[in-house]
Design a protein around this ligand. Sequence first.
Ligand code: NAP
Ligand code: ZN
Ligand code: ZN
Length: 351
Amino acid sequence: MKTTNVKAFGAKAADTPLNEMTIDRRAVTAKDIEIDIMYCGVCHSDLHFAKNDWGMTTYPVVPGHEIVGRVTQVGSEISRNKVGDVVAVGCLVDSCRTCSSCEHDLEQYCLNGWTGTYGGYDKHLNQPTHGGYSQKIVVDEHFVLKVPSNLDLAAVAPLLCAGITTWSPLRHWNVGKGSKVAVVGLGGLGHMAVKLAKGLGAEVTLFSRSPGKEKDAMDLGADAVIISTDANQMQAVGGKFDLIIDTVPYVHDVNPYVGALTIDGTLVLVGYLGGLEPILNTVPMIMGRRSVSASLIGGIAETQEMLDFCGKHNIVSEIEIIKMQEINEAYERMIKSDVKYRFVIDMTSLK
Ligand code: NAP
Ligand code: ZN
Ligand code: ZN
């Protein structure tokens, strides 16, 4: 298949910094759209992937799955999008479209394996997929989202992962007026969870290990902040929440959060991937029919629903714009939680 060379930024190994490289993009097929990338958000998953934290990275890797850009070419069967449109791409660029998950708009749980925007496998090119830290991307129209015209485009980018990953559990567990929701960790995902839960009408509490984020959390819409390292504050919220969304990226004790759930409440883990330590105590679960669950990004229809909701309620991410060449420093800062609250790369810096 014909390919085009585009400039990108990626890692050649787990212990080397990201650097400029050239990658192939496939020629536009009948159902494809070619997008000139304007902005790409920086997710903690990009960092996990570049450093092979999950043991599944093949190199070179070009991260980035919070993409906003302009359509530059459309395939012969495309009618929904045209050249010049501003569109978005999130974490998914393909799935089988025929399994029961795909039929129910749950492409992220495709039974035949979904294709990640990076670290997946491009069936057309027979090569690993490469993400948004690049000039252009070619994506099947089914996985291309419409961007509400009233929102700031750079600040929309993080909605494509941080937004949908927190929106999906809020919707699945029917959060609305009267719901008591808590969010663990005020980072990229956490700050979107606070804004979206508030937008849905919930009473929102933030659990943070970082004293100093209280004012920001309240400004973002939280009704209360609990410092998770303070035993008295933790005890005071025992049995309180219907839903807790835990965004912490590294292994941590989730037992105190189970204790903070009401009867039938659910703790949804969206951050850490792996075995829990210390072990999960079932006593508070059994004594209150409390659940510990988890959730992966969201399907395409649900992502569009979230974008439309954000358009209607004027919700975007709080961002710091960086140049592509500043990505390694941005990763260092993200590890220290020194970002308010999402880095977004201005992709014109790669031109
Ligand atoms: P982030 O911006 O770095 O935010 C993570 C927040 O967690 C930090 O701001 C901090 O909040 C807290 N935190 C960080 N390290 C911690 C530690 N060692 N112990 C306790 N708390 C800690 O990261 P993100 O982009 O929001 O991503 C969060 C996680 O979600 C990552 O692991 C990412 O891979 C994962 N993720 C999952 C999905 C999914 O589909 N499930 C999708 C996207 C991302 P405080 O300072 O307030 O405590
Ligand atoms: Zn992500
Ligand atoms: Zn499928």
